[in-house]
Design a protein around this ligand. Sequence first.
Ligand SMILES: Cc1cc2nc3c(=O)[nH]c(=O)nc-3n(C[C@H](O)[C@H](O)[C@H](O)COP(=O)(O)OP(=O)(O)OC[C@H]3O[C@@H](n4cnc5c(N)ncnc54)[C@H](O)[C@@H]3O)c2cc1C
Length: 390
Amino acid sequence: MEYDVAIIGGGPGGSATALALRQQGIDKILVVESGYYQTIRIGESIPPDTRILLEELGILEDFLKENHETCFGSCSSWGNDELGYNDFLFNPYGNGWHLDRRRFNAFLAQKAVERGVELHCGTKVRSCDRVLSEGFQLQLMGEDNQTQVITASFLVDATGIRASFARRLGARKLFLDQLICAIAFFELPPDSHFAKLTLLEAVEYGWWYVAKLPNNKLATVVASEPSMIKDTGLHRMENWRAYLKETKHISKELADCGAIDNLSVSLTPQAKAQDPMVCAAPSFQLDQTTGNGWLAVGDAASAFDPISSQGIYKALWDSLKAAQAIASYFQGDSRGLQEYESLIASRFDNYLTQRNYFYKMEQRWPTSPFWQRRQERTGLEKEELLVVGL
Ligand SMILES: Cc1cc2nc3c(=O)[nH]c(=O)nc-3n(C[C@H](O)[C@H](O)[C@H](O)COP(=O)(O)OP(=O)(O)OC[C@H]3O[C@@H](n4cnc5c(N)ncnc54)[C@H](O)[C@@H]3O)c2cc1C
């Protein structure tokens, strides 16, 4: 019941942090995951250089055996009616991947367990209190409603965009943007062909993408402003399909491969029957990603627009840096935490520059509130954006 580190959240950020901590020689690690690995997860593209992080975590070879879908780059209609290609042909690390996210999350968790990490799924944290001598005391409640009290010398918030524990410990989310995504899956007919590229298309009210997943599925996603999703009714399947059919490139690709009428709602068990799955996709940074005896990783520390396809890479990267910081904290040196804090902040600056550049490129709909709002913000400096909030 006494752990060196308790990690709350068993997504890519949490599991990878557990793996990286084991590499740092930290023994008693607990991961508390409120959900289960059978649940559908969103977000599938990882860039070629993720290979370096998987190698550093000591799991590249096993990852490659998992046979996720190869991704050769992206193809987009953005700022222009025609498609432009950005392929990984000349990338020194080779191809990227389109993941079966459910399987990828389960794989990372399994690797952590194989290396001696304790994982509790279906477990909620009922209370989290600071205990002077021991760090934190957590009261956990399992699926059988039994409670258990544990202590941990260090706490990692890996709860994703909720950042539940960092916020409990005083951190605030500094919002840059808030998108809503509506997602559904198509089944590819057997023997049909779909390019191993992420296909992206900007539209007046936002943007769409489609990515081929393992097992002949296609993830199809629209991103827009919360108010526009509501006004257009994109959270309802009949509207979602109608808007999809009006896209120029994505609808054509789906029709050409025979998938357009093959909607597979079975991949979205939690969604109301026949409706797309809807989820928030905010961009934010915490004003404080570390504190005495704790830090946040992955989306809990900073969340990026899904257009960046950086969320999983970022979570793995954080995990390696976080583990180094925690190891030096245990050796009595808290400078590692400060360094981690500034790494997260400077990475957010880079993200901001890239995101602004990308949104500025699209000038076809100057009166569209979606693009106006994104472009208004591209003129602002980070400090101004952060205090604006939403
Ligand atoms: C529409 C969309 C598309 C995306 N596409 C991509 C993409 O193509 N490529 C990419 O890299 N990224 C993408 N992302 C982002 C990516 O999914 C995230 O960045 C990534 O999952 C972050 O990992 P994480 O471990 O930090 O958080 P999460 O994956 O959110 O994991 C957090 C975990 O914590 C658990 N949890 C939460 N609260 C608690 C609690 N109180 N107690 C215990 N457990 C808790 C959750 O159940 C979850 O398992 C996309 C996101 C969206 C919304």
